[in-house]
Design a protein around this ligand. Structure first.
Ligand code: C5P
Length: 298
């Protein structure tokens, strides 16, 4: 039997970061939103063990892991099926700050559960997800969620409002640990308690894009821009073209732009894609929130 599971990219509407804990991870207060950029993970009934990739043109293929060294392979080992053969059809930027690897891991857990008819409880799936990475539990849950701990403790939030985004990828990814290390250097006196998500939570509940634009917050943005100064200009450019607000997504280098409507997002995207100042990555229009990892067929 072949099973395919779809999992979504994430945007952090709020990413408050506290000084590193003793285990090296940073305490987070974050609000996640799953957006309609997807990876599809298939478990093959026959095939060489390991994970094979196919996907969108804009992906930084230099960031692809070696055969057998993918997070999906780790997910398979954790579930007791180390010889699994996966094909991952990718749209989510690699090393882009949109948790593409985490989406693949969440999809692999759900796919293996289905293929082997395990009926794993949600609680146990979440525990395994947290073991694979800080963003993996959110990729299971999807929608909107409040994240604490190192990001792995997720509380679902209401999803009644809809939001439009322009996403600008970069041809060359950024390493998440490298961005956190730069943040440690830039902010040596950081408070251990991350900035709370209060403003984003109330703007999200109110469904007001202008209020949400004003409240968007990413503590890792300064570190990502320090490593890639052109991201600062890219954000200004999107805002000049009519986005309500631009920011770096997570640890970057993908930039995301909140727009008032689908039409406004399409106008911003075509302005950003269509002239000499065009970025070197892809310009996508997307929306959120969307569902967490779910089976497509099989
Ligand atoms: O949890 P995950 O494996 O995705 O994290 C990748 C890296 O990002 C960690 O090894 C750590 O360097 C950094 N990180 C962090 N604090 C977090 C999440 C990730 O320092 N809350």
């Amino acid at each position: 039997m072949e099973v395919t599971v779809r999992a979504a990219a994430k945007i952090n509407l709020h990413l408050g970061v506290g000084a590193a804990r003793e285990d090296g991870f940073h305490p987070l207060d974050t609000v996640y939103q799953a957006v309609a950029i997807y990876d599809d993970v298939s478990v093959l009934s026959v095939g060489e063990p390991g994970t094979f990739f196919e996907g969108a043109q804009y992906l930084d293929t230099s960031a692809l892991p070696a055969l057998g060294a993918s997070i999906t392979d780790r997910a398979a080992a954790l579930m007791g099926y180390p010889d699994t053969s996966f094909i991952v059809s990718k749209q989510i930027p690699l090393a882009g700050g949109m948790a593409g690897g985490s989406a693949d891991a969440a999809a692999a857990l759900v796919a293996l559960d289905r293929v082997h008819d395990l009926s794993t409880s949600d609680e146990h799936l979440l525990v395994m997800a947290a073991e694979l990475g800080s963003d993996v539990p959110f990729a299971l849950v999807g929608g909107n969620a409040h994240g604490t701990g190192r990001g792995e403790l997720v509380e679902p939030l209401p999803t009644e409002h809809h939001w439009w985004w322009v996403v600008v990828t970069s041809d060359l990814g950024l390493s998440t640990p490298a961005v956190y290390r730069r943040w440690d250097v830039l902010f040596p006196d950081a408070d251990p308690t991350p900035a709370p998500a209060t403003r984003v939570l109330s703007a999200l509940a109110a469904g007001d894009p202008v209020a949400l634009a004003a409240a968007l917050h990413n503590d890792l943005e300064a570190a990502a821009i320090d490593l890639r100064p052109e991201l600062g200009q890219r954000i200004e450019r999107g805002e000049r073209e009519g986005a309500l607000r631009g920011m770096v997504s997570g640890s970057g280098p993908t930039c995301v732009f909140l727009c008032r409507s689908a039409g406004a997002a399409r106008a911003v995207a075509s302005a950003m894609a269509g002239d000499a100042e065009a970025p070197e990555g892809a310009v996508l229009v997307t929306h959120g929130p969307v569902a967490g990892a779910h089976v497509l067929g099989g």
